[in-house]
Design a protein around this ligand. Sequence first.
Ligand code: COA
Length: 437
Amino acid sequence: MASPAARFVDWFRSAAPYIHAFRGRTFVVAFGGEVVADGKFVALTHDLNLLASLGVRLVLVHGTRQQIEAQRAAGEAGRFVGGVRVTDEATLQQAKQAAGRLRVEIEALLSMGLPNSPMANADIRVAGGNFVTAQPRGVVDGIDMQYTGEVRKVHADAIGTRLDAGDLVLLSPLGYSPTGEIFNLTMEDVAAEAAIALRADKLLFLTDQPGISDAANALLRELTVSEAQARLQSDTGLHEDTRLYLPAAIKACRAGVSRVHLLSRHLDGALLLELFTHDGVGTMVARDPLERSRQARIDDVGGVLQLIEPLEADGTLVKRSRELLEREIERFNLLEHDGLIVGCAALYPFASEHAAELACLAVHPGYRNAGAGDRLLRSVEARARSTGVKHLFVLTTRAAHWFIERGFAPAAVDALPQQKQQLYNYQRRSQVLIKPL
Ligand SMILES: CC(C)(COP(=O)(O)OP(=O)(O)OC[C@H]1O[C@@H](n2cnc3c(N)ncnc32)[C@H](O)[C@@H]1OP(=O)(O)O)[C@@H](O)C(=O)NCCC(=O)NCCS
């Protein structure tokens, strides 16, 4: 069992690729007014502060549902059409009050900076303004939605200027029309439209649920847009938050936002767990499948080293220096998951013998036993075949059975190409396995 110090170092290092990947990126974080009412926003400010300090450009979008309901007289129910509130004159007043109060409270919490707290040295300026133009929703299903509006335009350039200046931008679910009217908007509409207009890298919804679940209530970690659409249409066991937010997630993804995450607002640190760990804690919706197989390039050297170093250290793989890897990087095929390298395999041809060596096959421990090794092997085999290779061989100390189950057979050292025989390391005593292609 690793010591707490070693675990901390491991954990911190494992966050490095995300820290690099997130710097300068734009994230839109959307949450209902309940987050503030329940006192959860304090913990959230710590995580937002951390993201801001890592160079993430942050746009927050808050909702007001809970605060509008709280202003209603007992027994007076709000009217909703398809989950969207009908806003009459009185409700608009409540919406304005709710937005004003929430904005002030959020600004106050983001201004904290007590020494010895996670907010020490935080210097977050919150920007707001008339960034959202709205239009009336009109008559829906025969009902006049009155002051309920929808987003007509998000002024991305103006928001971008504030973000460039290092500010955090806070958007309320209210919009203004060119006629000077105020419209009550839904938080999810503002969040999705802001993410689209800003070409945000991520849109994150904090919801009452851990994410999107299947019909058996098991959490779905990743969904493509078409899978998300199918889940919405299946209509079995859909939570109210899913009905509200999933359409916005799908819309944003289709319009170019690369990733939309839905995660629990009840879990302390959910934002950090979702963003900085391999598995995450919620559901991620992406336009395309997240896994990609491709040939490696010179700028992949760091990622490949990170993957293979632990396996070199325990003797599973032969040690390769960075210089050697830089020279040979084009021999590597990679498996990428959501932009991170999670698997690699190299192909070394011996042209005169029509043979090639498969080497350095490795899959990140968090991605094993899900067919990634298999897919990498198939991509390397296809590459080998395309260059006329007739025999693929591998030298392995630990994974002989894995290869045997995939068509390789044990062979003697003298079955290897001449040049490879001379280099065979008798101390390492690797098993030789060969597969005809
Ligand atoms: C070997 C390795 C690449 C397999 O990757 P993977 O993505 O988990 O492989 P797959 O999901 O395609 O296959 C998983 C199956 O192989 C089995 N398996 C995994 N490692 C094995 C090993 N060393 N020996 C035998 N079987 C193994 C698993 O139990 C699982 O079996 P199941 O399908 O019956 O449940 C991965 O375990 C790894 O990176 N190992 C360390 C590096 C290494 O040994 N490389 C080979 C030397 S070149």
